[in-house]
Design a protein around this ligand. Structure first.
Ligand SMILES: Nc1ccn([C@@H]2O[C@H](COP(=O)(O)OP(=O)(O)OP(=O)(O)O)[C@@H](O)[C@H]2O)c(=O)n1
Ligand SMILES: C[C@](O)(CO)[C@H](O)COP(=O)(O)O
Length: 221
């Protein structure tokens, strides 16, 4: 197959992260998180086209980005609706990688691993095995333990054959945690490729500092 499309979903409001603007527009090492994420895909040789899914309220923020040749579409009321709009806009690729804008530290290696796996399977996504013990709890007390065997922490980009994931999203009733759940509900096999501990999703306020520390380490500071 030729190059893949990247759909970067960026229409969320970042409520949990806080701040005076949605997290994707806040700075990480002096540049918007969105710019880091876009660069990771724009600089990857396996990516042939990029679709950015933004919130209509954020149009005035776009001046912060060098969009290059990326296509812009508006997002929907939830992540799945935003993904569907992004998938509709993919124009010239047979496979697609769907990525959270809130994961700006994704590496070229992770992107390559997902693309390579799509030669053999209709779906592939990075994940990390759960290594901590798992508890259940209530009212601040441990109420039990949970077997962690076979449990993984899901990351993005989640990659698929384009027509297969379009059909899966069209058929899904909603409420899925991610695109892998949508794909599996439609019968698609999804391979696990190695995740990356640094490919965190900026979700809570403390995640900005953690991402900043990782970036500084990469720059050798
Ligand atoms: N209607 C929506 C909701 C979410 N997203 C995107 O989906 C990803 C999911 O990450 P999450 O941390 O849940 O982002 P937010 O929805 O922005 O965060 P929060 O739930 O804290 O408001 C993000 O890239 C977000 O921009 C989207 O494109 N459209
Ligand atoms: C898709 C995802 O990044 C997989 O880890 C994640 O599920 C999306 O974020 P949310 O916090 O679950 O909305």
């Amino acid at each position: 197959m030729n190059g893949a499309a990247a759909v970067i979903v960026a229409a969320g409001r970042g409520v949990r992260a806080g701040g005076d603007m949605p997290k994707q527009w806040q700075a990480l090492s002096g540049r918007p998180i969105f710019a880091h994420t876009l660069d990771a895909f724009a600089s990857h040789p396996g990516i042939a086209e990029i679709v950015l899914v933004i919130n209509p309220q954020d149009r005035n923020m776009l001046a912060m980005l060098d969009m290059g040749t990326a296509t812009l579409v508006e997002g929907g009321a939830d992540r799945a609706a935003s993904v569907r709009n992004g998938l509709d806009a993919v124009a010239r690729s047979k496979m697609v990688l769907i990525h959270d804008v809130a994961r700006p530290l994704v590496t070229a290696e992770t992107i390559s691993n997902v693309i390579a796996a799509l030669d053999k399977t209709p779906g592939a996504a990075p994940a990390l095995p759960v290594t901590d013990a798992l508890w259940t709890g209530a009212d601040g007390q441990v109420t039990g333990t949970q077997d962690r065997t076979g449990l993984y922490r899901a990351q993005t980009p989640q990659g698929f054959h384009l027509e297969a994931i379009r059909a899966a999203h069209a058929a899904h009733p909603g409420g899925a945690a991610d695109d892998v759940e949508v794909a599996r509900a439609h019968g698609l096999a999804v391979a696990i490729v190695p995740g990356d501990e640094d490919n965190l999703k900026i979700t809570m306020p403390a995640d900005f500092a953690r991402a900043d520390r990782i970036l500084r380490g990469r720059d050798g500071h």
